[in-house]
Design a protein around this ligand. Sequence first.
Ligand SMILES: Cc1ncc(COP(=O)(O)O)c(C=O)c1O
Length: 366
Amino acid sequence: MKAIINFDQGTAGSLQPEVKTAIDDFFRNWEKGETAKWMRIYRQSKEAFAELIGTTLKNVAGIPNVSTAAGLVASALPLGPGSNIVVSGLEFPSNVYPWMALQPRGTRVRIATSRGNFVPISEFEKLMDENTTIVAVSHVIFSTGYRYNLDDLVDLVHRVGAFLFVDAYQSAGAIKINLTEANVDFLCTGSSKWLLGPPGAGFLYVDERVAEKLHPPVPSWLCVSDVFDLSPKYLTELKGAAKFETGTPNLMGYAGVMASIVKIKEYGIENVEKRILSLTQWLIEELVRLGLEVITPREKDQRAGIVVFKTKTEPLKVIHRLREEGIIVWKRGDRGVRFSIHFTNREDEIDYAVKTLRNFSERGLL
Ligand SMILES: Cc1ncc(COP(=O)(O)O)c(C=O)c1O
């Protein structure tokens, strides 16, 4: 059997040996009755993620996935009569449906129109007014690989006094994010793509001043400062992102994602980003040489680990043929094949993919 090369990191990041070991340790602790360690590891994983995105523990809550993060934020918003929410037209449904769920209560969801591989900032602007409560956008678009400049989004959204919600599932762990510099209100990610962890152990960043104004709908025992003092009096002192903690988390998942975040931090997120951009550049140049339409931007500051090109033939056939050669990719958009490449992918893997694509091209199979 051919070795499998994962160029579909934007669906599920490759399993790292460090993650396997951490989960084995989780079972070992369980067996030995040392379950008190679990909550410590959970806290450490949030600390590690906070550092990765340039913030501190008090601004990060554990949430299982993007849908939950968006749903919790949606339910906590101060929505008045006639308020509206603006969402990019190129979002993954997890960053659309939770906002739409507010519509029966009188909130309108306005979808900004895409042009080519992204939704221009001007399209958001057209839909925003003094009744806009929040604008929801992906940092990196899952279907095209386009990366927004967070400062541009912040400036636009804050001009009308709205909040900015960023779905960073296709960027966090792949490129540097610094939330001390970028004035984002909410940023969330799941755990099993670019963070290289097991599923169901994601994170939600909430700006401290924003958290003060909100009332999340599912306060839990983990919201308070001393989680082991079970007196309800503490409910009055809910603070920071911890307000969004919903109860006992997926502790095994967090043990795993803690190990992969540490791995990313040890390599250095700047080095991870540099490597990803250089490997993807190599692939883009080859695809262009083969005469294929690459819909991901060429500019390094407008993309991350995703590269999408359009096939001239049926994309699913191309994907299946690549799979027969041991190369895992996925279909995105109209006739699009998506490669998503992490820093753990090797040069010889890219070389093999390039040679395989060249061979397919010569045989008219692309
Ligand atoms: C940009 C983006 N957001 C969210 C998701 C998934 O959402 P959830 O974490 O709710 O499963 C995906 C893909 O799985 C995605 O590509």
